[in-house]
Design a protein around this ligand. Structure first.
Ligand code: DLL
Length: 430
């Protein structure tokens, strides 16, 4: 279902005219209301009133996560405190969290774009949706929550964790729609099996998964285990939370809410614009946010954009599933390695489970990568020959895909940590 036909199927020329009008407005708004932009524009002699075209964007220096940290907590708010009705924050691995504020208008816009993604996945008022994201400062739960209410679904705000209870509710309530990270969905599927549930005990139909990447191979496993159809949705707290983009039922790219977010794709090192369709870092300008608009925010996420209309009828640009983050990319012996490449090797292998960890070390003069993966059948550990054969098989596949040697360690079933939110699979010990 297309939630907002007028916008989502608007001819591109009209959409681009709307974007340009909003861009002109937001550039001036940011200059007048946010000190960071005011100072930055003045320092390089950029007159916002001379800003006219999309190509003028290149003169605006990108905004980064550090800018948010340096202005912690509320230094980037463009409105008086009285107009801010909600605050969220992302934890981040180091230092202070990054904070984002919302006006009532921002919350309405957020519900609207979430409703679009939820409808695009085929979810509506007949559905019961269990939100297994952690409720709190994290944007995932409340973002989906309000969007689900907007389309009329019955929301079960079960939050993350307490997995046995999640499954009980899922069965008793007849939950049709699961909202979670792919990692947690995978775990719920595994636990359901262990606890003796059958797929037919559940009425699950659709999964809306996001907040972290998931290879098509991993998605297939989750769909198989839970008996549902899964779509991917993307966003980040700095920009709003979930809602920036999401797949339709055709699953050929994530439709960007382009009337509110203007995407660019740039080379991460030079910040030069990529050719259309070329992969690079996604940089986004919020076109309509009131409390905390951002100009050219560097997401660090790597993707590609396709502006061809989709067979579903939507004309909004589609981004590829995120390939990885420019700052999560592992450089091992000078070679770029994305965890998703490793995942796509491991997932189709029947003897190993979908749970793995990556350890990167500096040993002697060189970097090493160890891939730890769980066996499905622990008795294999007793047969040296079988174990070695499997290890060799994985080693060769990884070598073909990555171009480097990786040490493969096969471990007992259930010995690798399970995650209720985003998985943390990389341990860089260098
Ligand atoms: O994860 C917002 C969100 C919540 C999106 C729920 C979708 C569903 P942050 O915690 O700020 O916000 O993390 C943002 O997570 O820059 C990406 O690296 C990653 N990410 C988010 N969605 C996806 C996805 C939320 N669908 C960071 N695929 C982003 C891959 C994703 N990575």
């Amino acid at each position: 279902m297309i939630y907002n036909k007028q916008i989502e199927t608007m001819p591109r020329k009209e959409l681009e005219a709307l974007q340009l009008e909003r861009l002109n407005y937001i550039v001036r708004y940011c200059y007048r209301n946010i000190k960071l932009y005011h100072d930055r524009f003045d320092a390089i002699g950029l007159d916002p009133d001379k800003f006219r075209t999309f190509s003028d964007l290149q003169y605006i220096p990108p905004t980064t996560k550090d800018d948010l940290r340096d202005n912690y907590p509320f230094g980037l708010f463009a409105v008086p405190r009285e107009k801010v009705v909600r605050v969220h924050a992302s934890s981040g691995t180091t230092g202070k969290p990054t904070v984002v504020g919302y006006t009532q208008g921002d919350l309405d816009l957020w519900s609207e774009i979430m409703a679009r993604i939820i409808s695009a996945a085929g979810v509506g008022d007949a559905d019961i949706a269990q939100v297994c994201f952690g409720y709190g400062l994290f944007t995932g739960a409340l973002g989906l929550h309000y969007g689900l209410e907007r389309v009329g679904a019955a929301v079960v705000p079960s939050s993350s964790g307490n997995s046995e209870k999640q499954l009980m509710l899922m069965k008793d309530f007849g939950t049709t729609t699961l909202i979670a990270t792919p990692t947690y969905a995978l775990y719920l599927g595994e636990l359901a099996h262990e606890l003796g549930y059958q797929k037919s005990d559940f009425k699950l139909r659709v999964g809306l998964f996001g907040s972290e990447g998931c290879t098509p191979e991993m998605r297939a496993k989750i769909e198989e285990r839970l008996g549902l159809f899964a779509t991917d949705n993307y966003g980040l707290s700095e920009l709003i939370g979930p809602g920036v983009s999401g797949e339709c039922e055709l699953r050929c790219g994530l439709h960007i809410a382009e009337d509110h977010f203007l995407p660019e794709v740039v080379h991460p090192d030079t910040l030069q614009a990529c050719e259309e369709g070329e992969a690079g870092e996604l940089v986004v300008t919020t076109l309509t946010k009131e409390a905390m608009p951002l100009l050219r925010y560097r997401t660090r996420d790597l993707t590609r954009i396709n502006k061809q209309p989709c067979a579903c009828g939507r004309t909004t640009a589609r981004m590829d599933k995120v390939m990885g983050r420019s700052d999560d990319m592992l450089k091992i012996k000078g070679v770029n390695v994305f965890p998703s490449q490793i995942e796509s090797v491991l997932m189709p292998m029947e003897q190993v489970s979908p749970h793995y960890m990556l350890y990167v070390r500096h040993e002697g003069y060189t970097d090493t990568l160890e891939v730890q993966v769980e066996l499905v059948d622990g008795s294999l550990l007793e047969s040296y020959r079988d174990l070695e054969n499997l290890q060799k098989k994985i080693y060769h596949k990884l070598h073909t895909v990555l171009g480097i040697d990786a040490k493969v360690t096969l471990v007992q079933p259930k010995s690798i940590e399970r995650f209720a939110g985003k998985a943390k699979r990389i341990v860089d010990l260098r």
